[in-house]
Each structure stands twice: as C-alpha cells, then as structure tokens.
Design a protein around this ligand. Structure first.
Ligand code: HEM
Length: 317
C-alpha cells in the first residue's frame, strides 16, 4: 500500500508539472495568434482529424490540442490510481476527482473559444470574459492537482487542525486576492496581444492607453499592476504573519509564497519596462502559476496545522 501511495504521489506531481507546461504552451498559442489555426472547427482541425499541409499556426494550435488531450488521459489515470490507493472520503480522491472535472471544463472553454470565434484578432468583451474564466479554471485545475499530491502523504481521516476562523478567513482572502490578480492579468495579456505595447516613456504610454478612442482592453491595462502590487503584498504579509512562528512545513511553504510574490512583482515590472515581449509573458505566467500552487500548498498546510489557544498554528507540530 505504501508503495502504491508513493507511486500516486509521483504521478500527481508529474501530472501537475505536465499541466503547467500545457498552460504555458497555451500562452504561446495566444502570443503567436494561432488560436484560429484549426479554423472554427473543434474537435477536428479544419474538418480533418490530422491536418494535411498545415501552416505554422495550425501546427501550434494542433500541438496544443494534442498535448492538452494527453493531459486528460493522464488525469484519468490519476483518478484510477486514487480510487485504488485511497479509501472513500480521502482528500487524494477529492483532488483527483476535482482535477478530472476541471480538465473537462478546461476542454469545454477551449472548444467554446474556437467555436464562437473568440480567437485571432477578436477583441470583444465576450472574449475577455472567457479568457478570465479560462484563467480561473486553470487555477482550479492546478489547485486540485496540488491537493491530490499533498494529500498522498496524509493518513485517512487525519483530523483538520484547529486554526481559528480569522486565520481561515485570511487564508481564503489571500487565495481570492491572487485569483483576482490572475484574472486581471489574463485580460491584460489579451490586450497586450491584440494591441501590442508601443515602446516609449511610461507617461506617453499611459496617455495613449487612457486617451480618447482607446479600446477597453487598453484602458484596463493599468488595473493589473495596481491590483497585483496591493494584493501581492497582502499575500506576502499574510504568509509571513501566519507562517512565521508555525511548524517547519508551514514555515517552508510560507517562505516559498513570499519568495515567489517578490519574484513575480519584479518580473511584472520588467514585463512593463520591456513592453511585454512573448518570452517575458511566458515567464510571468510560469511564475504566476508557481506562486498560485505555492499559495494552495501553504493554505493546505496551515488549515491542517495544530493550533494553539489563540487559534494560530503552533510552532511544534
Ligand atoms: C503577485 C503578482 C502578480 C501576479 C500573480 C501576476 C499574474 C499575471 C497573470 C496570471 C498574467 C496573465 C498571463 C497570461 O495569461 O499569459 C499576467 C499578465 C501580465 N502582468 Fe502580471 N502578475 C503579477 C504582478 C504584476 C506586476 C507588478 C506587473 C507590472 C508592474 C505585471 C504586469 C503584467 C503584464 C504587463 C501582463 C500582460 C503580459 C503578459 O501576459 O505577461 N504583473 N500577470
């Protein structure tokens, strides 16, 4: 049984790592304008199962479909392993079930983007909303996989810790805040793809973005850095405040959250200074995903830590 659980744990971490690569490849599809590489056809590509004489955009879009389809198969294998290795009600099963649900909804959102023509140079409000929903779904998917991997080490029925309602509220508030930052980032990324940032002084760029005739995606550009600085610092402060005097596992997770918040804030500033080149967008999304996963793991450690009389996690367990 112990060997089966160790195998499940490796499979869960491997699935998470592979899913992150697929997410980053999704950004490459957007950046290269390849979302319409298979026309408005889904699941076929230009009406064919395998495209014949494809363009570069078709190769990129088709590869994204194949690699994300493979993700579905791996998540299904993870669920089978969870059902075999863990009893009913175990958190590893919950994580694997949720991962399957969010993989299916991810495929539906991707299909919706293609079937409703929300690709290429479409700059509608509908596309911005679906891109935001896409970001929420990928965050829930990586969160579910992190839960499955984390739970593999836990005994069935292992009790939750007794942290106070205030601590739980702070944990959920910082996760919600990060999700909001991600959503605003996804909308900014769409704006940067459709209305590439022109080089120039920051004040000139701001004037252009907020001036008469600017598209709503340009007007929203300022929102993400403002939200990211405020909510990013909030997340780092919460991680420090709740993780500082806690058990080693909580402290380690809190240190990762703080490191990744500051790395991501620095990457965001660099992104703006360099006018968001494609490679920087991929790096920024990668760091953002790593930060989200670290925040989920920190929250899980914290919510299951044993608490002292003040409701805060205790340093010894
Ligand atoms: C905690 C901090 C931050 C998080 C979690 C975060 C997250 C994100 C996410 C998820 C995206 C969408 C990426 C995509 O879909 O490809 C994004 C885009 C973007 N972010 Fe941030 N961000 C943070 C801080 C910042 C800061 C401080 C700035 C600027 C000063 C910034 C500038 C941008 C820009 C310009 C984009 C659009 C271009 C791109 O996709 O990279 N970000 N961010």
């Amino acid at each position: 049984m112990a060997a089966a659980r160790a195998r499940f744990r490796s499979l869960a971490w491997g699935t998470l790592a592979y899913t992150v690569l697929v997410i980053l490849f999704g950004a490459v599809v957007r950046i290269t304008g390849s979302g319409a590489g298979c026309g408005q056809h889904w699941p076929t590509c230009h009406g064919e199962v395998v495209p014949i004489s494809p363009t570069i955009e078709t190769v990129i879009e088709f590869s994204h479909r194949v690699t994300s389809g493979l993700c579905g198969i791996i998540v299904l294998a993870l669920l089978v392993a969870a059902l075999r290795g863990f009893p009913r009600g175990h958190a590893a099963r919950l994580g694997a079930w949720l991962a399957l649900v969010f993989t299916i909804t991810e495929a539906l959102i991707g299909a919706g983007l293609v079937r409703f023509g929300l690709v290429g140079d479409n700059d509608s409000v509908a596309r911005a909303i679906v891109m935001a929903a896409h970001l929420v779904n990928t965050s829930l998917l990586t969160g579910a996989l992190a839960l499955a991997a984390w739970a593999a080490n836990r005994e069935p029925g292992q009790a939750r810790g007794g942290v106070s309602r205030r601590v739980r509220w702070l944990v959920w508030a910082s996760l919600g805040g990060l999700m909001l930052v991600g959503i605003s980032g996804a909308v900014t990324a769409l704006g940067d793809t459709l209305y590439p940032v022109e080089a120039g002084a920051l004040s000139e760029r701001l004037q252009r973005d907020l001036g008469a005739g600017a598209h709503f995606l340009q007007r929203l550009r300022l929102m993400h850095p403002v939200l990211a600085c405020g909510l990013g610092f909030f997340t780092a402060v919460i991680a420090h405040h709740l993780g500082n005097a806690a058990a080693p596992a909580v402290r380690r997770a809190s240190a990762w959250v703080m490191i990744l918040v500051f790395a991501q804030l620095a990457a965001g500033v660099l992104n703006v200074m360099l006018s968001a080149p494609g490679w920087m967008q991929v790096l920024h999304l990668g760091l953002g995903t790593a930060l989200w996963v670290a925040a989920v793991l920190f929250s899980l450690e914290l919510l299951h830590a044993q608490a002292g009389p003040d409701g805060h996690p205790r340093p010894d367990r």
